[in-house]
Ligand binder design. Structure first.
Ligand code: THU
Length: 134
């Protein structure tokens, strides 16, 4: 992992403090790198469980609403995840969910992706090969 990736992970870790996750108790932070700087996001839940938003989608939205539509890197950190046995992914969910992968395919297709539980750098093709497109 290079310095940009480590710094973006630190921003994602900091963003976990903004999570509102009283239902799952699974605090996730994300940060996206753009030419205009770093934008953070965190998961926000509601009592109606399917109405929450993930940290990654919050961060992508944050960047776009600040005029930054080019995303070159994404970092995700879950405070409450435990390391997976394979040392690559996290069996308790620090990898981006399916919905976030679809967002990345459309809104950040060229971005590298790093997660707190692994030293590996992922690309869209690793996470969502043959993505749905219209
Ligand atoms: N979550 C994320 O923020 N990102 C993901 O990629 C996976 C799941 C959140 C959603 C929910 O608030 C909590 O984690 C438990 O599912």
């Amino acid at each position: 992992m290079n310095q940009d990736q480590q710094q973006l992970l630190a921003a994602a870790r900091q963003a976990t403090e903004l999570a509102y996750a009283p239902y799952s108790r699974f605090r996730v932070g994300a940060a996206v790198l753009t030419p205009g700087g770093v934008f953070q996001g965190a998961n926000i839940e509601t009592a109606s469980t399917n109405l929450g938003i993930c940290a990654e989608r919050a961060a992508i939205t944050h960047a776009r609403l600040n005029g930054q539509a080019v995303i070159t890197g994404i970092a995700v950190c879950c405070l409450d995840a435990r390391p997976g046995k394979d040392g690559i992914t996290d069996e308790y969910g620090a990898m981006p969910c399916g919905a976030c992968r679809q967002w990345i395919a459309e809104l950040a297709p060229g971005a590298w992706i790093v997660v707190s539980s692994s030293n590996r750098v992922f690309w869209l093709d690793d996470l969502l090969p043959h993505a749905f497109k219209l």
